[in-house]
Write a protein that binds this ligand. Structure first.
Ligand SMILES: NC(=O)c1ccc[n+]([C@@H]2O[C@H](COP(=O)([O-])OP(=O)(O)OC[C@H]3O[C@@H](n4cnc5c(N)ncnc54)[C@H](OP(=O)(O)O)[C@@H]3O)[C@@H](O)[C@H]2O)c1
Length: 243
């Protein structure tokens, strides 16, 4: 059985990734988010609030049980939040903690536990894919915590891949910017004021001009890439148009 653990599987890109994975008959998906929206005989759901660190720590063991029959194991850290859109200096301090908890601390704990639980299953492909953002690479005003959190996720991915290479574990870690995708996160972006986010008009234009990708299309590209063997010298931090 090919096992996937996908966070944020209740809607948007995560739901599309779970549904795309389930199209393969020999695949089982464990979705992790606050709400459950997928009904499928090979889908299991773990309700979890990834901003509640105590709940994450107490439930981690449920996400990574022994899988002796696994033919592959894949963790997709997809859940992410933008949080309140606004400038540093004009936000409640809790905002930074919330965004970093969901976007960095929880994914780091899931990566840590995945590597610890499945590190010894050396005969099968094991992959961790962290969903990042172009905001990690360029400053987008109003998205400070979000961009910084995704940059941290990229750095963690690079470091953990180096460590796994030094251990010769064969485990593949990547982070991937999915491009602009037509999801609730983009709806949230379109509610922002130009004075809190100078690109508000540009992002509304992307939507009205039909330039957002549909989640199913992006998920299809990501799953097709995951199914292909790794190419030599592949970058660790990837963009959707480079896979
Ligand atoms: N959409 C884009 O244009 C875009 C661009 C670049 C990067 N991304 C990245 O792509 C990923 C998916 O984004 P999306 O656009 O699909 O977002 P979305 O539509 O807002 O969906 C977010 C998912 O994350 C889950 N989630 C949010 N807060 C959570 C929490 N506290 N605990 C557990 N789960 C939580 C949600 O589930 P529940 O509400 O059920 O908990 C939902 O399933 C994110 O990492 C995002 O940063 C998106």
């Amino acid at each position: 059985m090919h096992y996937y653990i996908i966070t944020g599987a209740s809607r948007g890109l995560g739901k599309a990734l779970a549904e795309e994975a389930l199209k393969q008959p020999d695949t089982s998906v464990l979705g992790v988010s606050r709400h459950a929206t997928i009904t499928h005989e090979r889908y299991q759901h773990q309700p979890l609030d990834l901003s509640d660190m105590l709940a994450v720590q107490n439930n981690l063991y449920k996400l990574f049980p022994a899988r002796p029959d696994a033919t592959s194991l894949t963790l997709i850290n997809n859940a992410g939040v933008l949080g309140e859109i606004g400038y540093v200096g004009e936000l409640p301090n809790e905002h930074f903690e919330f965004v970093f908890d969901v976007n960095v601390v929880a994914p780091a704990m899931l990566m840590n536990t995945f590597l610890s639980a499945y590190g010894s299953q050396t005969s099968i492909p094991r992959t961790i894919l962290n969903i990042s953002s172009g905001a990690a690479q360029r400053p987008i005003d109003g998205w400070g915590a979000y961009g910084a959190s995704k940059a941290a996720l990229d750095a963690l991915t690079r470091t953990a891949q180096k460590e796994q290479d030094l251990r010769s574990s064969g485990i593949r870690l990547r982070s991937l910017s999915p491009g602009v995708v037509d999801t609730a996160m983009q709806e949230h972006i379109r509610t922002a004021d130009e004075q809190d986010f100078s690109e508000a008009t540009r992002f509304s234009g992307l939507y009205s001009e039909g330039q957002l990708a549909q989640p199913e299309v992006t998920a299809g590209k990501i799953l097709a890439w995951l199914h292909r063997p790794t190419t030599n010298g592949e970058e660790i931090v990837l963009r959707i148009d480079s896979i």
